[in-house]
Design a protein around this ligand. Structure first.
Ligand code: NDP
Length: 451
């Protein structure tokens, strides 16, 4: 058993985490980052230590792993693995996305579920934390194959979710199409129309602004960091990685706030458009990625700009970087290159996109670093608002929801500032987010006694 009594240092604590969770490197990385922030805080607040909150908060409530069998278009039987890691329902029903990607493992969902605990706490809404998905790869599959997979996946997941139990959403590889198939199967099997998923289309209970929320929220958070230093996004050159949901709406909001996005990418390469992605070019990207499911290279072919095969955007000069594709996509050398090119702020749109030593480097250089838990919490925040609208059977309008999202991102920024330490003259938002997220969940856990 991992205990702070046995562990006199963060190093000892992490050694025990590694022993107990072998080969789960992403999970180790996520826990280490939180422990580094929270350990000194707990030392000053012994009630958390006595109740062993840190030891308990790193252990998921439960992990569900299941087989998903479906038939492809050729009539062959396909077997995938499904996961749901229900991490903590201390402050509300489990809430967190589903990811369909061939690279996922239990490690992926443990790291994502753990991060979600702190993120959901920061949103100020009553949401616990979970994450799940499958090693199914929607790329190259027909709509009918995706439908059959989603139906088979939901047929098993249904035992474990519910509007007051666990409310999944989308993530990488799970967009409006997949949510529709999943929701439809749940409705068919239960004969009930309830808000058991968020990210739904507007016709059947979805919320306005949900698809925009993570990207918009990330930009609002960065704008708050800059404002706190007497600066703004107006006129800033921005690099964005990815070209999926988060990247698209990050780009849209940056353009609206007067910035210029000069890169987008996918798993095959990066486009560099020094003139900037305009709203019209962004419409092309949305159609390319959401409808035609093509490669970002087509953008370079259409608009005659540079395509850098197999590379991420971090070698391109910018003022602000928005890593918005996937975990560990921004390494130490990338951080060095960004800083030497004059980058002053980073907003993590993706989950844990920056490697630990790259985060440390940014902080050592006084870069305003918005960690994912805080910066990309807008998506789950509007999911929380979708749940509220479903329960009340009403729909709020677009401007009302965007105002609420902005208010939540400002509140997250204030909470982070309240608990932030100093990072070479700039606020250390990593410590701020970890400690602020921890306190609310820890206080709830203290109320429940030993469980
Ligand atoms: P999408 O599936 O819409 O887009 C993902 C993008 O990232 C695509 O451009 C994809 O390229 C690229 N990508 C995926 N895997 C890799 C890889 N291994 N290497 C390089 N590029 C890769 O996902 P989202 O935009 O929804 O999610 C992006 C990130 O944001 C994830 O970390 C997710 O967890 C996080 N996030 C998303 C939220 C949301 O509301 N959607 C909420 C909070 C966080 P390709 O097309 O080639 O696969």
């Amino acid at each position: 058993m991992i205990t702070t009594e046995k562990t006199s240092s963060i190093h000892d604590f992490m050694e025990q985490v590694k022993l107990k969770n072998p080969a789960q490197h992403d999970f180790h990385q996520a826990v280490h980052e939180v422990v580094e922030s929270v350990y000194p805080f707990i030392d000053k607040h012994p009630r958390y230590k006595t109740a062993k909150i840190l030891e308990r908060i790193i252990e998921p409530d439960r992990i569900i792993i299941f087989r998903v069998c479906w038939e492809d278009d050729q009539g062959n039987i396909q077997i995938n693995r499904g996961f749901r890691v229900q991490f903590s329902n201390a402050i509300g029903p489990y809430k967190g996305g589903l990811r369909f990607h061939p690279s996922v493992s239990l490690d992926t969902f443990k790291f994502l579920g753990f991060e979600q605990v702190f993120k959901n706490s920061l949103t100020t809404l009553p949401m616990g934390a979970a994450k799940g998905g499958s090693d199914f790869d929607p790329k190259g599959k027909s709509d009918n194959e995706v439908m059959r997979f989603c139906q088979a996946f939901m047929t098993e997941l249904i035992r474990h979710i519910g509007k007051d139990t666990d409310v999944p959403a989308g993530d990488i590889g799970v967009g409006a199409r997949e949510i529709g198939y999943l929701f439809g199967q749940h409705k068919r099997l239960t004969n009930r129309f309830t808000g058991i998923l968020t990210g739904k289309s507007l016709e059947y209970g979805g919320s306005l602004i949900r698809k925009e929320a993570t990207g918009y929220g990330c930009v609002f958070f960065v704008e708050e960091m800059l404002k706190n230093q007497g600066n703004s996004l107006d006129g800033k050159i921005c690099t964005v990685s990815g070209s999926g949901n988060v990247a698209q709406y990050t780009t849209e909001k940056v353009i609206q706030l007067g910035g210029r996005v000069v890169t987008l990418s996918d798993s095959a390469g990066t486009i560099y458009d020094p003139e900037g992605v305009s709203i019209e070019k962004l419409e092309f990207v949305k159609d390319l990625k959401n409808v035609r499911r093509g490669r970002i290279k087509e953008y370079a072919d259409k608009y005659g700009c540079t395509y850098i095969e197999g590379k991420t955007p971090w070698g391109v000069k910018c003022d602000v970087a928005f890593p918005s594709a996937t975990q560990n996509e921004l390494l130490l050398d990338d951080a060095k290159s960004l800083v030497s090119n004059g980058c002053i702020a980073v907003g993590e749109g993706a989950n844990m996109p920056t490697e630990a030593d790259a985060v440390k480097y940014f902080l050592s250089q006084g870069v305003l670093f918005g960690p994912a838990k805080a910066a990309n919490a807008g998506g789950v925040a509007v999911s929380g608002l979708e749940m509220t609208q479903n329960s009340m059977r009403i729909s709020w309008d677009r401007s009302d929801l965007e105002d609420r999202l902005k208010g939540i991102m400002q509140s997250i920024h204030s909470q982070c500032l309240e608990y932030s330490t100093d990072a070479n003259g700039a606020p250390n938002y990593v410590d701020g987010a970890n400690i602020a997220g921890f306190v609310k969940v820890a206080e709830a856990m203290l109320n429940y006694g030993i469980q």
